[in-house]
Design a binder for this molecule. Structure first.
Ligand SMILES: [Zn+2]
Length: 287
């Protein structure tokens, strides 16, 4: 028998009221509701209500503009063997509107049909600050290209040099003052360390192809829906170089055909179906 202390537990009225309130999970957290209000107001293909319906939660990390970075977890269901972990991100570049919206649409599919085959962690809006600029811009609130800011092994030696001498000092591709100078990048690197994805899928636009970086033993998809495979280069500080080449994690970059125009419903569906098929055939849990 468990003996509780003899004294009577005393709770102030405010604490009792808080305990009687509905659980916090029943409503979006303040940070998530705020981000949904803003990005739902900006994206023509995703309404505030649709964003709220996805049930995104705060990561605990905020952008330099003060917005919460949001994600959602779709855990594996009832499996005995470990399921491959998939990190899916959208909206790394703020002016690639469709790269946010498409991930929201795929989350809608998963909300209805998550089979539990994979363990997904999904962040549809890695760069909300860039999206919310008028007009939207590629870099984040700190003026850095988040796809040049990751701590690839060659960052210190090459990132700024490459930017000045090969990217013409284009502000849209500024890698930041140092590797992982940006909170969004530190969040992503932290996710890669803690979630330990077996594959990372990152959605961009507008090149209309699918690209692969990572272990040579994995066959890239011949294409996803209407998007053919094309081997694009990686860059100092890019996700392909950092996660794919340095860490040996398969990275699939989906380049939608347009930054502003959504794929047709049919294309949205076939890209998704082909993606899931490729994952099923090629990605194994590392345990
Ligand atoms: Zn991009």
């Amino acid at each position: 028998m468990v003996n509780f202390p003899f004294f009577q537990f005393w709770a102030p009225a405010a604490l009792l009221a808080a305990l009687a309130a509905p659980p916090a999970a029943a409503a979006a957290s303040a940070g998530a509701a705020e981000v949904c209000r803003l990005i739902g107001g900006k994206l023509s293909s995703v309404s505030v209500a649709e964003c709220l319906d996805r049930g995104l939660v705060e990561s605990g990390v905020r952008t330099s503009g003060g917005l919460a970075l949001l994600y959602k977890e779709y855990p594996p269901l009832g499996a005995r063997k470990p399921n491959a972990r998939v990190l899916l991100i959208g909206g790394t570049h703020g002016d690639e509107y469709a790269s946010f919206s498409v991930v929201f649409k795929w989350m809608e599919i998963l909300d209805r049909h998550h089979s539990g085959l994979f363990h997904w962690r999904i962040a549809p809006a890695v760069n909300p600050d860039g999206l919310l600029e008028s007009p939207a811009v590629r870099p984040n609130g700190g003026g850095a290209d988040l796809n040049r800011n990751l701590a690839s092994r060659d960052w210190n030696e090459k990132a700024l040099h490459y930017w000045r001498n090969h990217a013409g000092g284009d502000r849209r591709r500024y890698p930041g003052p140092r590797a992982e100078s940006e909170s969004e990048t530190r969040w992503l690197a932290g996710e890669i360390r803690s979630f330990r994805p077996d594959v990372i899928v990152s959605v961009h636009a507008p090149y209309g192809v699918v690209d692969y970086d990572g272990p040579a033993g994995i066959a890239p998809p011949a294409g996803l829906g209407p998007l053919p495979f094309l081997d694009l280069p990686t860059f100092p500080g890019s996700l392909g170089r950092y996660a794919g080449e340095d860490l040996g994690i398969p990275v699939l970059t989906i380049e939608l055909a347009s930054s502003r125009r959504m794929p047709s419903d049919g294309d949205l569906r076939t890209i998704w179906v082909d993606l899931v098929r490729w994952l099923r055939l090629n990605i194994r849990a590392r345990g």
